[in-house]
Design a protein around this ligand. Structure first.
Ligand code: NAD
Ligand code: TDX
Length: 339
């Protein structure tokens, strides 16, 4: 194992999005001597409210694009590390319009890697299990760090491309970098276009939840706080050039998760609509996170999905002002796609 790296001044890209903002909260709450600069373009998915209330002397928001090289030249020097969360992250959007995914996920990663090379800054790349494609429902195996890349969607193919850039920059230029590929996150501040918050807010609005295809697709759910703790361990103690898979043994099919939501919100279990399937819809994701657990001793804390889901439902009930203004437009977009 390498020596512990003790960053004091980090850049978190995409720190106003779902997982990035949860990571910023995690760092502020656990590491009092770390300063966080959030670099975020504030796209439709970024909300500065997600980091409001955190102390000004600990967190600074810089509104800007990761593809802006001049901005990176002025921002990156003086920082110890970049933790890169910023992305176009929604599969359905990537099917409708792939272009921003190419720009932000591929070119944006390239710009950050070049800045890290130029200024000798440690880089951690946040990626997804979707780069491995999907597994059959009856496949006894799970994804490991050795699974070949086989992405299915425009989104996951751009994430796969970005991972490849990181590997090449490590080998060719010796940049100090690590990669993590995590499974599906849930928790507070997730955009209501995504499966769990979409269904919760549908029920709160009197709209029936919408299930794609046959509902048997499996996702491997992890609470976003557990993702944050894993990224911190990898950033500070991971081996350079290595990839770590992050997962919490949370495999569930979509219809089971939807029925859990319906039941927790006092609805009949059949109070939902079947809708058009997502083109190219990945069947199953499943993560084997043994390497991370063995090498870095990481363990998830939120192992009770039912209680994590209840807390997430309560968060959306208590933060209606956070999502209400975007609900109508989000549903209108889905309706136009027959979903
Ligand atoms: P999100 O869509 O909620 O947030 C993305 C953030 O990035 C937003 O704040 C947005 O404004 C910002 N952003 C987008 N383009 C930008 C640009 N060009 N420059 C600067 N900022 C920009 O995404 P998320 O769900 O929080 O995902 C964060 C990261 O984690 C992504 O890299 C994603 O691939 C990865 N990931 C997500 C999941 C999941 O379940 N959501 C699982 C594994 C990995
Ligand atoms: O209304 C819906 N109904 C439905 O059945 C929506 C929005 C989704 N689904 C299904 C599709 C998927 O099988 O639920 C599952 C989860 O869908 P999403 O929330 O869109 O997530 P997914 O496509 O699995 O990708 C997520 O996890 C991996 C994140 O959005 C990615 O950023 C991450 O890389």
């Amino acid at each position: 194992m390498s020596d512990t790296f003790e960053p004091k001044n980090i850049i978190v890209t995409g720190g106003c999005g779902f997982i990035g903002s949860n990571f910023v909260h995690y760092v502020v709450n656990h590491f009092p001597d770390v300063h966080v600069t959030v670099l975020d373009k504030l796209t439709y998915a970024g909300n500065p409210e997600n980091i409001v209330g955190l102390p000004n002397d600990r967190v600074e928001l810089v509104v800007g694009d990761i593809c802006d090289k001049e901005l990176l030249d002025s921002l990156v020097p003086g920082h110890d590390a970049i933790v890169h969360y910023a992305a176009e992250s929604h599969n359905d959007n990537s099917i409708t319009n792939p272009e921003p995914f190419l720009k932000t996920n591929v070119e944006g990663t390239y710009c950050l890697l070049e800045a890290c090379r130029k200024y000798d800054v440690r880089y951690h790349h946040v990626s997804t299990d979707e780069v491995y494609g999907d597994l059959a429902l009856d496949d006894p195996t799970r994804f490991t760090e050795e699974t070949p890349y086989h992405p299915s969607s425009p989104y996951s193919s751009t994430k796969a491309a970005s991972d490849m850039l990181v590997r090449a920059w490590c080998r060719t230029y010796g940049i100090r970098a690590t990669i993590s590929n995590c499974s599906n996150n849930y928790g507070p501040y997730q955009h209501i276009e995504k499966f769990i918050p979409r269904q919760i807010t549908n029920i709160l609005c009197g709209i029936r939840p919408k299930l794609y295809g046959d509902g048997k697709n499996v996702r491997d759910w992890i609470h976003t706080d557990d993702h944050s703790s894993a990224v911190w361990e990898i950033l500070t103690r991971g081996r350079m050039g290595e990839t770590y898979l992050i997962g919490a043994d949370g495999e569930r099919n979509n219809i089971t998760v939807l029925r859990d939501i319906l039941s927790a919100m006092g609805q009949p279990e059949d109070a939902f609509d079947w809708v058009r399937d997502r083109p190219g819809h990945d069947r199953r994701y499943a993560i084997d996170s043994s390497k991370l657990r063995r090498e870095l001793g990481w363990r998830p804390q939120h192992t009770d999905f039912a209680s994590g889901l209840k807390a997430t439902i309560a968060w959306y009930e208590e933060h209606e002002e956070w999502w209400r203004s975007i609900k109508e437009a989000t549903e209108a977009k889905y309706a136009a796609q027959g979903q």
